[in-house]
Design a protein around this ligand. Structure first.
Ligand code: ZN
Length: 412
C-alpha cells in the first residue's frame, strides 16, 4: 500500500499546534519564541510523535522530551521504548536539536488489572518534573480523547498547584489535538511517512526474535488499522474516481473491461464497494473475476489483512447483510482466527457470530484463535465465544491466571 504521496502535506495539525500555543498566557508574555520552554511527554504513539514533529518544525521553542516507561502486564513498555528511541533519533537527525530524558514506573496491581488512564500518569509525572525544574512554560500532551484530556488537565493543575510555585511562572498544559478539530488522518499526514511507521500503537505486543510485533487484535491496533484504511481511501479515491463513478451500475461486461483497462487496486475497490453499499451482485462479480489477485494482494500485506479482519468484526454491528458481507471478506482473504481472537464481538450479535462461525471452524483455526488472543487484553465474551465454538479449555488457562472471573467459566 503506497501512501507516501500523502505525506506530509497536511498542515491542519500544525495550525492547531500553533493556535494552541498562541492562546496561552505563558507564550504571549515571552518576547521571543526561542525563550519559550516546552516539556513534551512522548509515549511513542502517533499523537505524541506528531506533536513533537510539529513543534520542532514550525516553532523555535526550546523542547524537552520526556518518556515514561510504564510497565504493566502487557510489556508494551518494551516495544514503546524501542520506538521512542527511534523517534528521537529520527527527529534529531532530520529536524533539529532538543533534549530528552526517561523515567520508569511499574503498575502491576495484584488481583486488579485496572489502574486508570496512562495519560493521567503522564500528566502527574509532567507536573512533578515542572515542579522540580521550575523553568518550563508549557507542557504538551498529544491526547486525542476529550474526556481523558479533561482528567489530565485536572491532575496536572492539582499537582502543579499543591505547594505553589513560589514566584516562578506556573506552567500551562497545551492539548492541541483536543483543542483543534483534526482527525486521525490529519495527524498521520502531519508527519513524514517513515516516522508514522516507526510509531507504536499496540497495547499487547508479541515478542518476536529480539524485538516486538503488534498483536493485530487489540483495540489500538484496530484504531490504527482504520486510520490506515481512511488514508488509503483518501489517496486512492482520486485515482479510481472515474471507475467508481461509472462502473457500478453499468453493464457487467463494460465494468469488467474497465477494471482490466484501468488496473485498479483491487482490494481497495472491493473494500470501497462494501463500505459504500454497492450492490451484492457487483461485489460478487468482482470476486468471481478477481478473487485470486485480491488474495495475492492481501497475502503479504498486514495492513490490508487487518483492514479485512476488522471489517468482519464491524459487520456485526453495522450491516444488515451480515452473512454476505463476511463471506465476501473471507473470500478476499480475511483471517478468521484473528477475527475470533479480537475482543470486539458485540454482545448483541453474539448469537449471529456463533451461528456464522460454528460450521466454518476446524480445530486448527480455533487453536490459532486461542493462541492469537492476548492474555492480558481478553474479556469474558470473547473467551465464552471461543468455548462455545469448541476451543480447548486447557489452552485458555493462562488467561484465567490473570482474570479470576474466568475461572468459573472454565470450570463449568
Ligand atoms: Zn495490538
Amino acid at each position: 500500500m503506497d501512501l507516501k504521496s500523502n505525506y506530509p502535506g497536511n498542515l491542519s495539525y500544525a495550525k492547531s499546534v500553533l493556535n494552541e500555543l498562541a492562546s496561552t498566557q505563558n507564550y504571549q508574555i515571552k518576547e521571543d519564541e526561542e525563550n519559550v520552554k516546552i516539556l513534551l511527554m512522548l509515549s511513542g504513539g502517533i499523537d505524541s510523535a506528531a506533536l513533537l514533529v510539529n513543534l520542532l518544525s514550525y516553532t523555535k521553542c526550546q523542547v524537552h522530551v520526556h518518556h515514561v516507561q510504564l510497565a504493566d502486564y502487557n510489556n508494551a513498555h518494551r516495544a514503546e521504548l524501542e520506538r521512542v528511541q527511534k523517534i528521537l533519533d529520527f527527529c534529531l537527525r532530520n529536524i533539529r536539536e532538543f533534549t530528552y530524558s526517561f523515567s520508569f514506573t511499574e503498575e502491576r496491581y495484584e488481583g486488579n488489572y485496572s489502574c486508570g488512564l496512562d495519560a493521567e500518569l503522564w500528566a502527574f509525572k509532567a507536573a512533578r518534573i515542572c515542579k522540580s525544574h521550575r523553568d518550563f512554560d508549557l507542557v504538551a500532551l498529544g491526547l486525542s480523547d476529550k474526556r481523558a484530556a479533561l482528567q489530565c488537565s485536572d491532575v496536572f493543575k492539582t499537582v502543579v498547584n499543591c505547594d505553589g510555585f513560589m514566584g516562578s511562572t506556573i506552567p500551562q498544559l497545551i492539548l492541541p489535538r483536543v483543542a483543534g478539530d483534526c482527525d486521525n488522518v490529519d495527524i498521520y499526514e502531519s508527519m513524514p511517512k517513515e516516522l508514522a511507521d516507526i510509531c507504536w500503537s499496540c497495547r499487547t505486543p508479541i515478542k518476536y526474535e529480539d524485538s516486538y510485533v503488534p498483536c493485530r487484535t487489540c483495540s489500538s491496533c484496530r484504531k490504527r488499522s482504520f486510520t490506515v484504511r481512511d488514508l488509503w481511501f483518501k489517496s486512492e479515491y482520486e485515482r479510481h474516481q472515474d471507475l467508481l463513478r461509472l462502473s457500478w451500475f453499468s453493464e457487467k461486461d463494460k465494468f469488467l473491461e474497465l477494471v482490466k483497462q484501468i488496473k485498479p487496486d483491487l482490494t481497495y475497490l472491493l473494500i470501497y464497494g462494501l463500505e459504500n453499499n454497492f450492490p451484492n451482485r457487483r461485489i460478487n462479480l468482482l470476486l468471481e473475476e478477481f478473487a485470486e489477485q485480491i488474495q495475492e494482494e492481501v497475502k503479504n500485506d498486514f495492513e490490508r489483512q487487518d483492514i479485512l479482519n476488522f471489517m468482519v468484526l464491524d459487520s456485526a454491528w453495522t450491516q444488515e447483510n451480515f452473512e454476505n458481507r463476511i463471506s465476501f471478506l473471507v473470500r478476499a482473504g480475511a483471517e478468521l482466527d484473528r477475527v475470533l481472537a479480537h475482543d470486539a464481538h458485540a454482545d448483541k450479535y453474539y448469537e449471529e457470530f456463533v451461528e456464522y462461525f460454528k460450521p466454518r471452524l476446524d480445530n486448527e483455526l480455533l487453536t490459532k484463535a486461542v493462541l492469537s488472543m492476548p492474555p492480558t487484553d481478553s474479556n469474558l465474551t470473547r473467551v465464552k465465544l471461543l468455548i462455545e465454538l469448541g476451543a480447548d479449555k486447557s489452552q485458555l488457562s493462562n488467561i484465567a491466571e490473570i482474570y479470576p472471573e474466568l475461572k468459573e467459566v472454565l470450570a463449568a
